[in-house]
Design a protein around this ligand. Structure first.
Ligand code: HEM
Length: 421
């Protein structure tokens, strides 16, 4: 046990590295939620039947007849949601403290993979109850795959095993959700932890004085214990108060209106409302993913240094960029919805141009203007400039996601949150 423990933690740590606001304990919280997911997932598996004819009934049975069935289902649902949110926050903290370079490059890249795995664990689990919500959310999401150029349609039919969701889709999703993805996740998490140890812990700003080394037990372990208790209390409270959604049994003949993708794909679905599918479902997401993967390999000169936002200047430019991103994204959504529909206004052009190249050029022009009139004058370092681009992308993504979840109602028209569900 002692040697397992020492693989996770060293015997002593720098006192300032375990201050709560260095990491907010987010990595540890994600790890704990994975354990909760595994335990509750195994418990749910005892009653679940992965066949369209009986999947829904088995979930209803678990919920209504099994002792603590509803509660365990709720914990599995909410800890899945929290895991994704917390892994996302952890990814933000890692970036914003500059811990993505040199010895940490691999952990940044494998971390991105972890984030993708968690999204797909949530996604494959979404279908399993086989209710209306699951059926139609997975239908719209898998339809997005069909928009990929050349291979899109055949990829979609391969993934779902036909032209619409069926018993094969459920079996494939079930296998990925309960075997392939958890296994990959566990392997990657262990590798991730090992790399954190190999990098001698988290990235710290260069200290003026010699670091004060203190024993991990009880100093760090006590803090971890408190964080774990608070997190479990929050998950249990949510699970006691809010039931995991379950509508009526899936009915392929009757679609929900609005038909929304699961919440983590709401941003892409919102993009589809404004851009040609090739841009919304392919060019923009792939460019963002490529940018994130490319971040460690830029030649930064002066390396980011473990300080939040790099410097005062870095913080100021990030805050201004975040405000700019809010304004541009919100006004873009409203302009496109109420003032100018590119596709109908320029119907003489191919949709790829009217609804893809033109809005993208406008967006690029606005960003170039922002760079010219604000960012350039701040004489930022390369790392601070990359940070500004990162902040722009993240804030725009969050606004798109929130719009998709809370402000799209019947026929996917913009509406108020109380009419959106
Ligand atoms: C299942 C998901 C994940 C788990 C369980 C996890 C766990 C951890 C833990 C426990 C640490 C030590 C410090 C801390 O708590 O922040 C850490 C550090 C780190 N993580 Fe993660 N992580 C996950 C996902 C990610 C993601 C999505 C990324 C980013 C793309 C990432 C990149 C990193 C990097 C680069 C470090 C080193 C940070 C530093 O040196 O300051 N991790 N992770």
């Amino acid at each position: 046990m002692r040697s397992i423990f020492l693989h996770l933690h060293p015997a002593k740590v720098d006192r300032s590295s375990i201050e709560f606001n260095r990491t907010f304990g987010l990595g540890g919280m994600a790890a704990l939620l994975i354990v909760v997911q595994l335990i509750t997932g195994i418990l749910l598996r005892f009653y679940y039947t992965p066949v369209p004819g009986s999947a829904y009934a088995s979930v209803v049975f678990t919920k209504n007849q099994v002792l603590f069935g509803q509660f365990i289902r709720n914990i599995h649902y909410w800890s899945g949601v929290f895991l994704l949110l917390i892994a996302f926050l952890h990814f933000l903290r890692v970036f914003l403290t500059g811990a993505y370079r040199e010895i940490r490059t691999k952990n940044w890249l494998f971390g991105l993979l972890l984030l993708v795995l968690i999204v797909f664990l949530n996604f494959t689990g979404y279908l399993l109850p086989w209710d209306q919500l699951a059926y139609w959310a997975i239908t719209v999401s898998t339809n997005m795959i069909g928009y990929l150029p050349l291979i899109g349609e055949s990829l979609r039919t391969t993934i779902i095993g036909g032209t619409e969701l069926n018993a094969d889709t459920l079996r494939t999703f079930f296998t990925f959700h309960t075997a392939v993805l958890p296994l990959l996740l566990l392997l990657l998490v262990f590798y991730h932890f090992w790399r954190v140890r190999k990098a001698a812990g988290i990235l710290m700003p260069e200290a003026q004085e010699k670091p004060e080394m203190i024993p991990v037990v009880p100093n760090l372990v006590f803090k971890e214990f408190i964080v774990a208790l608070v997190l479990l209390a929050v998950v249990f409270l949510f699970s006691a108060l809010f039931n995991a959604p379950l509508l009526e049994k899936a009915n392929p003949a009757y679609s929900l209106n609005p038909t929304k993708a699961p919440w983590y794909f709401a941003g892409v679905q919102e993009l589809l409302m404004h851009f040609h599918p090739i841009f919304a479902a392919f060019i923009i997401p792939v460019s963002v993913a490529a940018f994130l993967a490319w971040i460690p390999f830029l030649n930064y000169g002066q390396a980011p240094n473990g300080r939040w936002f790099i410097s005062e200047k870095g913080l100021k430019s990030s805050v201004t960029t975040a405000k700019f991103a809010v304004i541009i994204t919100l006004s873009g959504i409203l302009f496109n919805e109420y003032i100018l529909n590119f596709e109908t206004s320029f119907s003489f052009l191919p949709a790829f141009v009217s609804n893809g190249i033109i809005p993208l050029l406008i967006l690029t022009g606005l960003m170039a203007g922002y760079y010219q009139f604000y960012l350039k004058g701040q004489s930022l370092s390369k790392a601070e400039l990359v940070q500004a681009v990162f902040v722009f992308i993240i804030v725009a993504f969050i606004i798109l996601t929130l719009t998709g979840i809370f402000f799209r109602g019947k026929d996917m028209a913009l509406t108020f949150p109380w009419r959106a569900f």
